[in-house]
Design a protein around this ligand. Structure first.
Ligand code: NAP
Length: 249
């Protein structure tokens, strides 16, 4: 894809799942990669593994996205080491599912902190750099449930809906500065997040997907790579669903 080669990309929540698939795909396209998650260590074996496999620069910087200090350090250290931050993928996430009746305030708050505030922290920290560069790509990972709502996921759906509005607002503020800001809403993807769901729930979700299957994380990563490329230069403020037809707008 056009314009990814040699760019510096940060992917939050890239120790596994969708984030790791995005990191690998951007590396395959020639981007230098900053891996990050709350538990990923600077000397993670993934650093050597990806650097050797894709022949790009790779580093790991631990950051809990719910902490602005951590995220600011992640962005600023990348800029200090490599000179620019060209692509930021705000992907880190967790779930704390329950019906509202049984949902604790703590479980509501932590989901808002990691997802909605986590994305805001990334956007806020990278904003002055990209504004000054007059270029950049921000891709925020939301979810189809941020569009539809979901019983048992009031916290997660509200946070993901917030990410969609935050994406549009950021896109409007940065559009004149050469920065593209978009969201990607995955449907049902085969990762650790969906692994431990009860089988009956999985079957029920699959029945709502016209393609009748989960996605491989690579099928999300390829769309992120497109949004990060110059092939998507005129796409801004959009939410692209990657969901096998689950939500047709
Ligand atoms: P996953 O396999 O559980 O991976 C989540 C990643 O986020 C891990 O790298 C985890 O690493 C990191 N993380 C969790 N809390 C963090 C924090 N506070 N700060 C920094 N990193 C943190 O989940 P996934 O399925 O790949 O999900 C990735 C994104 O896609 C999430 O935003 C999720 O909401 C979204 N999504 C997933 C699906 C799906 O079906 N899987 C559908 C729609 C949307 P550590 O534990 O080391 O921090």
């Amino acid at each position: 894809m056009k314009g990814i080669q040699g760019k510096n990309a940060i992917i939050t929540g890239s120790s596994r799942g969708i984030g790791l698939a995005i990191a690998e795909r951007l590396a395959e396209e020639g981007a230098n990669i900053v891996l990050s998650s709350s538990s990923l260590k600077e000397d993670s074996p993934l650093v050597q593994e990806l650097a050797q496999k894709y022949q790009v620069k790779v580093m790991a910087i631990p950051a809990d996205v719910s902490s602005y200090t951590d995220v600011e350090h992640l962005i600023n250290k990348t800029k200090e080491e490599w000179g620019s931050v060209d692509i930021l993928v705000n992907n880190a996430g967790i779930t704390r599912d329950n019906l509202i009746l049984r949902m604790s305030l703590e479980d509501f708050n932590i989901i808002l902190d990691v997802h909605l505030k986590g994305v805001f922290h990334g956007v806020k920290a990278v904003y002055p750099l990209m504004m000054k560069q007059r270029s950049g790509k921000i891709i925020n990972i939301t979810s189809v449930v941020g569009i539809t709502g979901n019983a048992g996921q009031a916290n997660y759906a509200a946070a993901k809906a917030g990410i969609i509005a935050l994406t549009k607002s950021t896109a409007k503020e940065l559009a004149g500065r050469g920065v593209n800001v978009n969201a990607l809403a995955p449907g049902f993807i085969d990762t650790a997040m969906t692994d431990d769901m009860p089988e009956n729930i999985k079957t029920q979700i699959l029945s709502t997907i016209p393609m009748k299957r989960m996605a491989d994380p690579k099928e999300v990563a390829s769309v992120v790579a497109f949004l990060a490329s110059e092939d998507a230069s005129y796409i801004n403020g959009q939410t692209i669903t990657v969901d096998g037809g689950m939500v047709m707008q």
